[in-house]
Design a protein. Structure first.
Length: 87
């Protein structure tokens, strides 16, 4: 995924399972969500998670974002690579 610096973007992930999976996000900063906000919506069998970056930083936000879905039945993941074009 490529965006321009200061652009807003959403990275979404949906996990379905029984028991209900837990979602974990790994971000390029490895120390949590520095420039992003996390929104989650849960039902009895699925969870939707959206990572919202209001204004992409051309250095701090570049990299690999991984959404990890995990429950007793197993683990799955989705990887998105973000490239921010500096102005």
């Amino acid at each position: 995924m490529t965006v321009k610096e200061d652009s807003a973007l959403n990275i979404s992930c949906r996990c379905v399972g029984s028991p209900l999976p837990q979602i974990t996000w790994n971000t390029p900063q490895k120390i949590g969500l520095k420039t992003a906000t996390l929104y989650q919506q849960t039902s009895t069998t699925s969870i939707n998670s959206t990572l919202v970056i209001a204004a992409a930083d051309c250095i701090a936000d570049n990299g690999v974002y991984t959404c990890i879905c995990e429950n007793e039945a197993g683990r799955d993941s989705k990887v998105v690579t973000l490239t921010t074009q500096c102005q």
